[in-house]
Design a binder for this molecule. Structure first.
Ligand SMILES: NC(=O)c1ccc[n+]([C@@H]2O[C@H](COP(=O)([O-])OP(=O)(O)OC[C@H]3O[C@@H](n4cnc5c(N)ncnc54)[C@H](O)[C@@H]3O)[C@@H](O)[C@H]2O)c1
Length: 387
């Protein structure tokens, strides 16, 4: 399939604006802004309710976006979910990581479709519990990995599926930032009680998804993991000094760097590293090595949902070693618009989740395995419970 096919795939579909999806927000912080902007562009959405643990935050949020008639007088997501007068079809869960599992389970139990922000959860056990609720409800649960919607990411999967690389045996993935611990709106990303996991879950989940999705999400078998927090716990960390909050160092309770060596089913080795902060420009490009060819995917400075530049395919043509540049594909639509649209389409057509939990379960199992292995200081087997 060529570039023209990708462009065709991006064509807009016809939307039945008479059939509206009634949506509620759980969590009205930073990322909820991207959700509301994308939802407001859709002709078949009614935003009917929203809640946040911080009193007044949900009301101010909808006022800022000039959305009228939204009920926000709820002390918690439980109250909002119990309000049957809302006739909700779906919720978008934009809460910090430690508050992903519980609202997702309760929304599914209330018979609602759920768009849940990434990372899936903090622990593997939580992800399994959410999936049990999903199974019992029969509703759509999609996890918020908008880089999946990027045509360049899709190209990676196409290349792998085309057989150009032959049998894949080794993958290196990851990335990170020189100084990029996310504290623009406070400490919800860095405190254990709200975030639970740091760079490992926040941006690590994306780089894992980029390669695991491309190769069809093989089951992870074992992991030897490492994590550290040298920058986040330092009151002289440049990011804290720049925003005038050296005290954030004391609040830092997660990782700012993680690395792992993971064995996947099919004899594939996955070498992974991720950083919110490091004394380096990049810990390396992503590479996918195969028996017929290999792919180099330039890293980005930060996870912005796409690849860092043209990819290179290293292969043989008529016995000669050569390389082919895969140009960047420009997107017509924003990734968040596509994330929201594909979710709505799944809800309305009662279809399959665009980013299904059954795949992201393995992503979460790796993250959970890295955290556990790092704490134990040795390799561990990854055990995934039946759902
Ligand atoms: N997809 C992306 O590109 C992207 C980007 C940034 C953040 N995120 C993810 O989105 C999530 C939220 O991040 P954020 O930056 O918006 O954080 P944030 O701290 O700005 O907002 C989270 C909000 O959720 C509220 N909240 C927590 N638990 C709640 C509950 N049970 N009921 C109601 N409200 C609750 C908090 O009070 C807070 O206002 C995180 O898991 C993060 O990983 C995704």
């Amino acid at each position: 399939m060529g570039l023209d096919d990708f462009k065709e795939n991006q064509e807009k579909k016809v939307i039945d604006a008479n059939k509206k999806v009634r949506v509620g927000f759980i969590g009205c912080g930073w990322i909820a802004t991207s959700h509301i902007k994308a939802l407001l562009k859709q002709p078949d959405v009614e935003i009917v309710a929203g809640c946040d643990l911080i009193p007044g935050k949900a009301k101010a949020f909808f006022e800022k976006f000039e959305v009228e008639g939204v009920k926000t007088d709820y002390a918690s997501h439980k109250e909002m979910l119990a309000d049957k007068s809302l006739k909700l079809d779906a919720v978008t869960i934009c809460t910090y990581n430690r508050q992903h599992a519980e609202p997702a389970i309760e929304a599914l139990n209330a018979g609602l479709h759920v768009l849940l922000e990434k990372p899936f959860t903090v622990t593997l056990d939580e992800a399994v519990a959410v999936m049990k609720a999903e199974k019992a409800s029969g509703k759509v649960l999609s996890i918020g990995f908008q880089p999946r919607m990027d045509a360049n990411m899709k190209m990676i999967k196409k290349i792998v599926e085309s057989g150009e690389l032959g049998q894949i045996y080794y993958i290196q993935t990851g990335g990170g930032r020189r100084r990029g611990i996310p504290t623009p709106y406070g400490t919800t990303f860095i405190e254990d009680e709200t975030a639970g996991i740091g760079a490992l879950g926040d941006i690590g989940c994306y780089s894992l998804d980029m390669v695991l999705n491309a190769i069809g999400y093989p089951k992870p078998l074992t992991v030897s993991g490492y994590k550290s927090a040298f920058f986040g716990t330092d009151p002289n960390y440049a990011g804290y000094l720049n925003c005038g909050h050296p005290e954030y160092a004391k609040k830092f309770g997660v990782d700012d760097f993680a690395a792992a060596f993971i064995r996947l089913e099919g004899g594939i080795i996955l070498d992974f590293r991720i950083a919110w902060a490091m004394n380096l420009d990049t810990p390396g490009d992503t590479i996918i090595m195969g028996t017929k060819g290999s792919l180099r995917i330039p890293s980005t400075e930060c996870w912005n949902g796409t690849v860092g530049g043209p990819m290179t395919l290293y292969h043989e043509v008529c016995g000669e070693q050569t390389q082919t540049e895969i140009p960047i594909i420009k997107m017509k639509e924003g990734l968040f618009d596509l994330k929201i649209r594909t979710f709505l389409d799944a809800v309305k057509e009662n279809g399959t989740a665009p980013v299904p939990s059954s795949q992201i379960l393995y992503n979460q199992a790796i993250i959970d395995g890295i955290a556990k292995s790092a704490e134990l200081g040795r390799e561990i087997e990854i055990e995934i419970p039946e759902i």
